[in-house]
Ligand binder design. Structure first.
Ligand SMILES: Nc1ncnc2c1ncn2[C@@H]1O[C@H](COP(=O)(O)OP(=O)(O)O)[C@@H](O)[C@H]1O
Ligand SMILES: [Mg+2]
Length: 249
């Protein structure tokens, strides 16, 4: 991949939450530019604004000021229907708490985004089965979320995020509810999807295991980008945390 193309760009993003008479500035002017095919981790302590940034980049919420572009399109200029299209086709979402529908089987959960996209019934079952097989859960397609472990549920969520062939996967603390080994498996699976499907991965996390699969890490603190480290700088950091295996800051 010699040609670098920016797929997500945030420019001067400020997000304020108003609660009663007070205003909390969760993002204080964030600039970040993410290239197609990158694996980006957004790291920062709890409350630093990771999920808020995730919501802005993922077209789930609007900044108070500033602009987010996806493939050079200014999200503020889109109609609600166009935003819905982006959420359906362009981006796959993964959350810390998996967010699977408990009454549905793994297969049905994975078909859900395809129902919204209007994919024909027979096609979506085949596609869902193919995706579940890809994440190692072909045998568990009929199981409900309560019959699956946390790691298996997150695999279902990854298959669901891939359902409509997104260009971008946004993951908000995808390993936050998982033990060390399971978290490592999920990170490896995300990396595999990043490489095989050429999907851009943007993951909010405070899991240090994410460091060694990331192309770049955006460190945020107090609603601001503190620094951005590239691969070469990360190698040094990985060396310093290796062996600790604490996993979390
Ligand atoms: N919907 C909301 N209403 C009010 N305050 C919020 C809301 N969401 C987040 N915040 C506040 O914004 C700050 C950043 O939160 P968040 O983006 O969730 O951080 P992180 O994901 O890094 O833990 C925190 O102080 C949090 O309390
Ligand atoms: Mg968060």
């Amino acid at each position: 991949m010699s040609e670098k193309r920016v797929t997500v760009k945030a420019e001067g993003v400020i997000k304020e939450y108003r609660m009663g008479g007070t205003v909390l500035q969760a993002l204080k002017g964030v600039d970040v530019s993410i290239e197609k095919g990158e694996y980006i981790s957004i790291m920062g302590p709890s409350g630093s604004g990771k999920s808020t940034l995730f919501n802005m980049i993922g077209a789930l919420d609007e900044p108070t000021s500033g602009v987010v572009y996806i493939d050079d399109v200014n999200l503020l200029e889109l109609s609600p229907a166009e935003i819905a299209w982006i959420r359906c086709w362009k981006i796959g979402y993964i959350f810390q708490s998996f967010n699977l529908l408990p009454v549905m089987s793994a297969l049905e959960n994975v078909t859900l985004p395809m129902i919204f996209a209007g994919v024909p019934v027979s096609e979506r079952r085949d596609k869902a089965m193919e995706l579940l097989t890809k994440v190692g859960l072909g045998e568990r397609a009929d199981h409900k979320p309560t019959e699956l472990s946390g790691g298996q549920q997150q695999r279902v969520a990854i298959a669901r995020a891939l359902a409509n062939g997104p260009a971008i996967i946004l993951a908000d603390e995808p390993t936050g509810n998982l033990d060390l080994k399971t978290g490592r498996d999920i990170i490896n699976l995300l990396k595999e999807m990043n490489e095989e499907e050429d999907v851009t991965i943007i993951s909010a996390t405070h899991d240090l295991k994410m460091l060694d699969v990331s192309d770049r890490v955006v460190y945020i603190r107090d609603g601001m980008v503190e620094q951005i480290k590239n691969r070469a700088e990360l190698e040094i950091e990985i060396g310093s945390v290796e062996g600790e295996e604490s996993g979390h800051l």
